[in-house]
Write a protein that binds this ligand. Sequence first.
Ligand code: 5GP
Length: 208
Amino acid sequence: MGKLVDKIKSNHEKLHAHKHADKKGKLFIISGVSGVGKNTVLKELFKDESLHLCYSVSMTTRHMRFNEVNGVNYFFVNREQFQKAIDQDELLEYAEFCDNLYGTPKKFVNDQLDAGKNVILEIEVKGALKVMQIMPEAISIFILPPSLEELEARLKNRGTESDDTIFQRLKEAKNELRYQEHYDYNVINDNVDDCVSEIKKIIKSGKK
Ligand code: 5GP
């Protein structure tokens, strides 16, 4: 009897897994100005396996920070390699941000969506607008800081950038904040737990 129950259970699980693989995943665009706490929020989201998330690792010409790993945070390349990826039509989108190029490898995103994963693109506003055009079904979320003063304090505390870069990133932040209305959802990151639970709700609902 126990064996029969196990068999039924195992068939049910297989069927369930199959059903899941049949269903295409959803694409989520997450943008937020530099220093808003995107990484912390994303780390928390990825702990929840029920969300079936998959992170799209971008390509960038930016220098690797001391706490980053090639192939995990980004694929760190030079301008020539980046240009080659553009020429070979390997990028879903790309944009220049604070003098560096950033782009999303296309094949990985499509493969993961086909495999039923919900793919997260953590990208800046210009690239995000492009993806919204190419893939209008994508669900977009803009993470906002509680205030500009708080943002400046967070950027300085992070200690990963020079004063010049912080100044440049703050200027860019003011510019990027103007794009928030183009996104399906605006979520304020005042308290990380609240921000995470709000985004989880959006992902679970899967609605624009
Ligand atoms: P950071 O240098 O702080 O890692 O990233 C700078 C900005 O580039 C962030 O706003 C980040 O979301 C964005 N970014 C990262 N990867 C991509 C990408 O593949 N495409 C675009 N358009 N922006 C990206």
